[in-house]
Design a protein around this ligand. Structure first.
Ligand code: OXD
Ligand code: MN
Length: 593
């Protein structure tokens, strides 16, 4: 029972504003999940997959206009523009609130309003944060049940006075009497708003039912709002995987890693090591909350309870553990449906089946030009489905190394270590991926920078964000802080990728972990520490010396161009380029001259 007055008053306020036909309080149990899932199936909104092939799993097809996060409709709304900074869309909260209140007025008519108390992070853990999402989407309720810890246990904490983030969501499609409800109701793009009010720890999302726009615990709370909370409270909310590694001597270490999208972050989070004696276990694949504890070390938790992964490209070869994770208890969105009631997406098997129902619900035949799945088709699966989930996945774990990465066909070597923590912040600030022909963009060959893989997720001013990272140094000593590395699995020559990637990335991780113990396994270069080949495990790997040399090459002329490109990119900071970045860029230049 909800007893907390703030929550009760808020539910009443939203009930009056949005005028739903009924209110359902989410209890977070299996029975309620199944009841709502059955309702979704009988109303035709979801398809139940063949229980013999894919037990307890659903397929949803979204509206073709509502298939991904909408960054241009995502807002950081503060009193002053400088608090949102140069990388966010800003509208003053005084201006935005009346616009959105107008949209919310009656927006849930004819619909059920779900009240979903949830915890990001294990229930009751000091590092965890609570939210309540009020939504008129059953799809959101079902997904939140997988992606977060929900229901009565959380209500209990709120009843006991713990604060929570108010997360309001409406698909923006009120039903008048006699109106038919579409399978995926949503509002047109110009009426979509994914709004964050970090000064009030509040999220208002309107008009989209998809993923990060609608499951407000994930990108909205656990990254944008949490990054702003973290700045005030002295911790970090980051777009990072968390991986547990055990070496042949049975020593355990933990790493986190930030990568822009399409760089294999989920694959790395579930790596199957190719060298004997090494064990990898998953803790998280998308978000890490990191705190420096009293012992001076940085600890991380995964605030999520599930995976919301991109299906296309996921295969037995690229990620067998993800394939196992989605084998049951999964919600699929915008994948194709097979004739026997199972799912299919690009690369799931080498050959597509002869016939499928595509993500629009139409017949699709092998050889058709169109794709049967959407490139951003997703799976929502519980963490506990992952066969290599670490048994201590709910504990804060001490982080030895932080990895930054990106897709860089040239310039950046396979791996290098920063000289120190501040130089590591510089590496985070310059990360990004080269724009390739696969992206429709006139800037082919240029680098799209995505600092810390957080460009769309920093809930405040990016200059303050960089300075906040630097402030971690004041909380502890350099030797206790995680060591920072830049990895690049994607360097190419004329024959294609130089590095085999996937399970062989453990070779790089092994070198990194040895570095965290200050092993003399490195050579110094102007950009940082590179592997010394005497200490880089290439056993049983068929790769030529030429390719290895190319993978580790730091070419002066190429780097002088890179420095120019960084200088140019740093103009986004205007007059507020953080001192640490200015200093590190100048030091880098000096090391080359
Ligand atoms: C995600 C993303 O969905 O980063 O995880 O866009
Ligand atoms: Mn992500």
């Amino acid at each position: 029972m909800i007893k907390n007055k703030i929550l009760r008053d808020w539910i009443e306020e939203i009930n009056t504003l949005c005028q739903p036909k009924e209110i359902v309080i989410w209890h977070g149990n299996e029975e309620q999940y199944q009841t709502i899932a059955d309702q979704e199936v009988s109303s035709g909104k979801a398809i139940r997959l063949n229980p013999e092939l894919r037990p307890n799993s659903l397929l949803y097809r979204s509206d073709p206009s509502d298939v991904a996060r909408v960054e241009k409709r995502t807002f950081i709304s503060t009193k002053k523009e400088e608090n949102a900074g140069p990388t966010n869309n800003w509208i003053s909260s005084d201006e935005l609130k009346p616009i959105m209140l107008d949209l919310y007025s009656g927006s849930m008519r004819g619909r059920t309003m779900y009240v979903i108390p949830f915890s990001m992070g294990p229930v009751g853990l000091e590092m965890s944060r609570l939210g309540v999402e009020i939504t008129d989407s059953a799809y959101v309720a079902l997904n939140m049940q997988i992606m977060t810890r929900t229901g009565d246990e959380v209500t209990e904490l709120i009843n006991n006075g713990q604060s929570f983030v108010k997360c309001l969501h409406s698909v923006g499609y009120p039903l008048q009497a006699g109106m038919e409800d579409p399978k995926w109701p949503c509002a047109p793009i110009e009426k979509k708003y994914i709004s964050h009010f970090p000064e009030e720890n509040m999220i208002w999302s309107y008009g989209s039912g998809y993923g990060g726009n609608a499951l407000l615990g994930k990108k909205c709370l656990a990254l944008r709002i949490a990054s702003s909370m973290a700045q005030k409270e002295g911790w970090l909310a980051e777009h990072m995987l968390i991986l547990k590694l055990t070496n042949p001597e049975n020593e355990v270490k933990y790493i986190t890693g930030a990568f822009p999208s399409a760089c294999g972050k989920t694959n790395l989070a579930m790596i199957n090591p190719s060298i004997d004696g090494w064990k990898a276990e998953t803790i998280g694949d998308d978000i890490a909350w990191m705190h420096i504890k009293d012992d001076g070390k940085m600890y991380a938790i995964n605030p999520e309870a599930g995976f919301f992964g991109v299906a296309p490209g996921t295969s037995k070869k690229s990620n067998p553990n993800a394939i196992a994770a989605v084998s049951k208890d999964t919600i699929f969105t915008n994948v194709a449906l097979t004739d026997d009631g199972d799912v299919w997406w690009k690369d799931l098997s080498k050959e597509a089946p002869d016939h499928l129902i595509d993500w629009h619900g139409n017949d699709w035949y092998k050889g058709d030009e169109s794709r049967p799945d959407h490139p951003n088709a997703r799976f929502t699966s519980p963490l506990t489905n992952c066969p290599i989930l670490a048994e201590n996945y709910e504990e804060p774990v001490p982080i030895s190394a932080i990895l930054f990465g990106g897709r860089r066909p040239t310039t950046i070597p396979l791996v290098h270590q920063s000289f120190d923590f501040e130089h590591g912040i510089f590496l985070g600030s310059i990360m990004g991926s080269e724009i390739t022909a696969a992206t429709i963009d006139e800037n082919i060959g240029k680098v799209r920078r995505d600092p810390f893989a957080m460009l769309p997720f920093i809930g405040y001013n990016i200059s303050d964000y960089i300075n906040h990272w630097q402030s971690m140094k004041e909380k502890t000593t350099e030797d206790l802080l995680p060591k920072i590395f830049y990895v690049n699995w994607f360097r190419k020559d004329e024959d294609g990728f130089l590095w085999p990637g996937f399970g062989d990335n453990i070779r790089v991780l092994k070198w990194i972990l040895e570095r965290t113990e200050n092993k003399e396994n490195y050579q110094t270069s102007p950009i940082g520490y590179l592997p010394s080949l005497d200490y880089f495990d290439l056993s049983n790997l068929d790769i030529s010396q030429d390719k290895i040399d190319e993978l580790l090459k730091v070419d002066k002329d190429v780097w002088l161009d890179e420095i120019k490109s960084i200088e140019n990119y740093y103009h986004i900071y205007g007059d507020h380029l953080p001192r640490v970045l200015k200093k590190e860029l100048s030091n880098l230049k000096k090391r080359f001259i």
